[in-house]
Design a protein around this ligand. Structure first.
Ligand code: SF4
Ligand code: SF4
Length: 363
């Protein structure tokens, strides 16, 4: 081997070595940046929360035609309620005046397509789109009752729809949702895709798959087809008990029941800290995720403004229940508990404005 070849080999090794060091330094710098910006984002979000929620959820109806095996709707009968239009306008006007932000329609425990005033509500919300980011979760079974013009209005008014996908064939759909709705769901999704493409509609549709077998799901040709048209938000094969309401025997074989113990958590939960949840009757509940039977009412929007209720002692007590070590029964085993430090300490939130969208969809 002549000296030139030896030199070339050494130079090559040195370059590779230097590149590795640069890469390592880069990763360390990124990590430091994440910690610094994450801390700044956390403080920034807490500052916003001193005066207002990050977003609101309006349950404009409390009914849902499905009976998902993992959902309280299957077991608990609630008296049907629809939010009156006057109250809806009052809340929307109030929210708009305080700066707007994320506004979800029936994103928790109901299906907005059962709301007889949905189109009227969307026409009203469309006028306020400059300050509202509209969001919902929905199984997309109910859209076939709307003609193309109305479906276009729905898709143009919402910024983000998270679609619960309850099965990719007739039997799985029936097992998960309790209804024989797969063909309807599939046709609806293709119709939505075609409408978005035809009119170049700027909406984000993300799919949340609920299954008992993740492996079977990701190899399904319809799974792959749907992801050509829409975004993936998540795949779930574990479900929680809704404080003991759902049991393992309610779930199909393969699906898991999550049990959790939050009694040692010392940070508040991001769900109640971020979102002000409103029932169809205008009551504000401490947590819209889980409080199915409205046990923790902290205010009434028929009588007060959003800001008044947000800053009331009653509501503050609920939001701070973890740090005050007075954890409500519904929170003790709740699998939706999200530590605010983890939820808010993300660098993507460092310049977050409430009108940017629902905070967890950012970044
Ligand atoms: S679609 Fe949603 S609200 Fe309706 S039963 Fe299923 S999980 Fe419950
Ligand atoms: S722990 Fe569960 S019930 Fe309690 S605030 Fe969080 S999400 Fe709601």
């Amino acid at each position: 081997m002549n000296i030139l070849t030896v030199f070339k080999k050494m130079a090559k090794k040195l370059i590779v070595y230097m590149l590795k060091i640069i890469l390592k330094c880069r990763r360390i710098v990124d990590k430091i940046q994440d910690v610094i910006l994450g801390g700044a984002a956390y403080n920034h979000i807490l500052k916003i929360l001193e005066n207002r929620p990050l977003d609101i959820n309006l349950e404009v109806t409390n009914s849902c035609p499905q009976k998902c095996c993992f959902c309280c709707n299957k077991k608990i009968k609630r008296k049907g309620e629809i939010m009156k239009m006057d109250l809806f306008r009052k809340i929307c006007d109030d929210y708009y005046m305080m700066g707007g932000g994320g506004l979800a329609l029936s994103s928790m425990q109901s299906d907005m397509f059962t709301d007889p005033y949905l189109i009227e509500r969307l026409e009203y919300l469309k006028l306020k789109k400059d300050k509202f980011f509209l969001y919902t979760t929905n199984p997309m079974i109910g859209i076939n009752k709307y003609d193309d013009e109305k479906l276009k209005l729905i898709l143009e008014t919402f910024n983000y729809i998270s679609v619960s996908v309850l099965g990719l064939n007739k039997q799985d759909f029936l097992d998960m949702s309790g209804i024989d709705g797969f063909n309807l769901f599939y046709d609806n999704m293709i119709r939505i895709k075609n409408m978005i493409n035809e009119h170049n509609i700027k909406i984000k549709i993300a799919l949340n798959f609920r299954t008992y077998d993740k492996n079977q799901l990701v190899n399904d040709k319809i799974y792959k087809e749907l992801l050509e048209y829409f975004n993936l938000e998540g795949i779930f094969d574990s479900y929680f008990s809704w404080t003991g309401t759902i049991n393992q025997k309610d779930l199909p074989t393969g699906a898991k029941l999550i049990t959790k113990n939050n009694l040692n958590e010392t940070e508040n939960c991001a769900a109640s800290m971020s979102t002000l949840s409103i029932t169809p009757a205008g009551k504000v509940i401490g947590c819209g995720c889980i409080d199915w039977n409205n046990r923790h009412i902290v205010g009434d929007l028929n009588n007060n403004t959003i800001c008044e209720i947000w800053n009331s002692d009653n509501y503050k007590r609920f939001r701070n229940s973890f740090i005050q070590k007075n954890i409500p029964h519904i929170c003790k085993e709740c699998a939706l508990y999200a530590n605010i430090k983890n939820a808010y300490s993300r660098k993507a939130l460092v310049n977050y404005k409430v009108t940017d969208g629902i905070y967890w969809t950012i970044g």
